[in-house]
Design a protein around this ligand. Structure first.
Ligand code: GLV
Length: 306
């Protein structure tokens, strides 16, 4: 019995070593150099190439190496097996820190001052009025983010597919409540999972429902935002600025207009990175559970997509 790490384009020696320490005696193989595919009972996946699991005929469980699973479910050859994701307090902490920094960046008008600096303009301005935050997506991370900003005294609304209840957060659910959820927000944070229902959710029509001068932050998945609609709304000033950590194609292609847009702050998908130590503990526990026939921790509903 063995585990296959199917995470292309990454150095996996450390992950392999750490997992080996947790599971002595279990072979941890790095795809594509899997010596005995039929011995693999669990595959740890991130952007796996379709078809790569076809030789692993005794797989019992699938484990995402991240919080999201969209890049795993996209594979039409994925076997219908229990799939778990990483839920990690350190990942949540990293997301909170990132968003805290982003909110302060815009409150202090650092975006405008850095534009002024490039033109050698000396012009003082008072901080931006930024009181109302809307969080789209109230899953594990969305709830933590909404509660965090509510705790800091921001007025916070949240929007999700199913109704949620969160202390200090006005929660909205479903399509018809979208405009109420976002209508007053000075800053909108997208933390939705990418599914067939959320792809291009932030299109021209929904962007028109945002308050003029809003700031949009996307830390979920690039494909939830219609790139062209975002550029048009930034150019018209309806959306004042956007902070983007995720993109349809990553790395963002060099010719993409987001790189040069003056109203876009762009980071290379670093808002919440999987911590190898906590991930390893969850992967090892799920491996033991799969062998014992117990339900995996942090199971994902494949049909729903999260
Ligand atoms: C990162 O984007 C993740 O889903 O873990």
């Amino acid at each position: 019995m063995s585990i296959a790490l199917v995470i292309p384009d990454r150095k996996l020696d450390q992950l392999q070593q750490k997992l080996q320490q947790q599971l002595p005696g279990v072979a941890i193989e790095i795809w594509p150099d899997v010596q005995e595919p039929e011995a693999v009972t669990m595959a740890v996946l991130w952007r796996q190439p379709p078809g790569c699991l076809s030789q692993m005929s005794n797989l019992k469980a699938l484990q995402s190496f991240g919080a999201g699973v969209d890049n795993i479910l996209i594979d039409p050859t994925l076997p219908d097996l229990p799939l778990a994701r990483i839920v990690d307090p350190m990942l949540t902490q990293s997301m909170l820190q990132y968003l805290q920094g982003v909110v302060q960046h815009y409150q202090l008008r650092l975006d405008e001052f850095s534009a002024q600096q490039r033109k050698q303009i000396w012009k003082a301005r008072s901080p931006r009025k930024l009181q109302f935050i809307c969080v789209l997506g109230l899953g594990e991370l969305g709830q933590a983010v909404a509660s965090h900003f509510a705790g800091l005294g921001f007025v916070v609304s949240g929007w999700s597919a199913s109704q949620k209840t969160l202390a200090g957060v006005q929660c909205f659910a479903g399509e018809t409540a979208f405009s109420d959820a976002v209508g007053d927000a000075d800053l909108v944070i997208c933390l939705l999972p990418l599914t067939a229902l959320t792809e291009n959710l932030l299109d021209q029509q929904r962007m028109a429902l945002l308050k003029p001068g809003v700031i949009l932050v996307n830390v979920a998945r690039g494909a939830i935002v219609d790139d062209l609609a975002l550029l048009q709304n930034l150019d018209s000033g309806h959306i004042a600025a956007a902070c983007l950590d995720v993109f349809r194609t990553e790395p963002l292609p060099t010719e993409h207009p987001f790189w040069q847009h003056p109203a876009i702050l762009l980071t290379p998908h670093i808002s919440a990175v999987t911590n190898a130590d906590t991930a390893v503990a969850q992967i090892a526990e799920n491996y033991r559970r799969s062998l014992a026939g117990l339900p995996l921790l942090n199971l994902v509903c494949q049909q729903r997509g999260y």
